[in-house]
Design a protein around this ligand. Structure first.
Ligand SMILES: [Zn+2]
Ligand SMILES: [Zn+2]
Length: 398
């Protein structure tokens, strides 16, 4: 335990001191400096409008001065492989798609997979590189709609894609795709309301303030994308049609220093996605959130403090949106159809483990001990496959 704390402290120190500062915002394109057009259509105000608290008159931010703290052990996070459901469920993705037959990352299983059904986020490989892009992103309010226009290129640097064979990340993920400019327009309700029933999510779930599309927590095989796909320093990578995207909160989106996290992006139902921290500064876990990965609380919303439903990012699966609490305006924007409906990602050819290895894990769960013939191993989903299989201690069979 001491060791883990020590590692956490070291990682804190490293994060604080060694990482380069986030790239400066580009004038005229950073959404945080974007001048929001006035909402002059007040006649449309109705019961759907969130009510502003009295604080809004004098004070327009919600964050207390509580320092951000965390009890989440980043060295032992539960792997979310196959955690999709046909009903809303905490810790799962309520997925419109439950038949995942796309392609996933090709490469060895990451050495950040602990073998007991958990993974170590502090050990995960990162795609090298620091490439700048001509970012273009605007958000405006038009009547009761929030209108987005993005070229899909981030306001931060990215790694070098395709992943180079000389990059250590190549051992684990041979993503052959390049990042390309997109033409994304999106119209969401400016003041969304909670739907009678939660709605299932597709491969894409929202757009972040960096102009980048947010995908759900899965790769194309229905496995935990954060575990099996290797992303760059800003937690993004491109899929087959060049759409640069995240599967979780990007470390390159700046959060508030204290109290409740800042707005990080919007889900396709119009509700906001906020960072890791609650009003009291503590890191949020699934236990604090509902089946869609959100809760109701005071947030800053278009310059006012309102009590409203919102999503939170967590370090726990499913990381961002588990289902739509409101009614989604779209379920796909940047992925150009079928490719992203296959769980969001299509990176490489998949293959299947030997049948005896699959059979050895029937009825067993991820991380369970198993044996094939006289070899013993662990039930896991090898990186280039879609099924739980018995993997010998030495690694996947050839
Ligand atoms: Zn909150
Ligand atoms: Zn992906």
């Amino acid at each position: 335990m001491k060791k883990i704390l020590y590692l956490l402290m070291i990682s804190f120190i490293l994060t604080g001191c060694l990482l380069p500062p986030p790239p400066p915002p580009q004038t005229g394109s950073d959404p945080s400096t974007e001048s929001q057009p006035e909402v002059n259509d007040q006649s449309s105000q109705n019961q759907n409008q969130p009510s502003a608290t009295s604080e809004a008159e004098s004070e327009s931010h919600t964050h207390s001065d509580a320092a951000h703290t965390s009890d989440v052990d980043l060295t032992s996070l539960e792997i979310g492989d196959g955690k999709y459901s046909t009903t809303p469920q905490v810790g799962y993705v309520f997925s419109c798609q439950t038949n995942f037959n796309g392609q996933g990352a090709t490469g060895q299983q990451g050495n950040w997979v602990n073998g007991d059904g958990t993974w170590n986020a502090l050990m995960k490989a990162v795609v090298d590189g620091s490439v700048s892009w001509p970012h273009s992103f605007t958000i405006s309010i038009q009547g009761d709609q929030r209108v987005f226009s993005s070229n899909g290129l981030p306001n931060h640097t990215t790694g070098n894609y395709p992943i180079s064979p000389s990059d250590d990340a190549y051992t684990y993920d041979r993503n052959p795709n390049s990042i390309s400019e997109q033409s994304i327009t999106l119209t969401l309700p400016a003041n969304p309301t909670v739907a009678a029933q939660p709605n299932c999510i597709g491969g894409e779930v929202g757009i972040m303030l960096s102009g980048v599309v947010l995908f759900n927590a899965f790769d194309a095989l229905g496995r935990d994308a954060q575990v099996h796909e290797v992303q760059d320093e800003c937690d993004g990578h491109p899929q087959q049609s060049g759409v640069y995207h995240y599967h979780a909160l990007s470390d390159c989106l700046a959060d508030t220093q204290t109290g409740h996290s800042a707005l990080m992006g919007y889900a396709f139902d119009g509700f906001g996605i906020y960072g890791y921290y609650d009003e009291d500064g503590t890191e949020i876990t699934n236990a604090d959130l509902d089946e869609c990965h959100g809760h109701v609380g005071l947030i800053e919303w278009d310059g006012q403090v309102v009590e409203m439903y919102h999503y939170h990012a967590t370090h726990e699966f499913p990381y961002t949106v588990g289902c739509f609490k409101g009614t989604p305006s779209v379920r796909s924007i940047g992925g150009q159809g079928g490719q992203t409906q296959q769980g969001g990602d299509t990176t490489n050819q998949g293959q299947q483990p030997p049948q005896e290895a699959i059979t050895a894990c029937v009825g067993l769960s991820q991380g369970a001990s198993c044996s094939v013939g006289n070899m013993s191993g662990t039930c896991m989903t090898p990186p280039n496959t879609s099924q739980l299989a018995c993997v010998p201690a030495g690694g996947p069979p050839p």
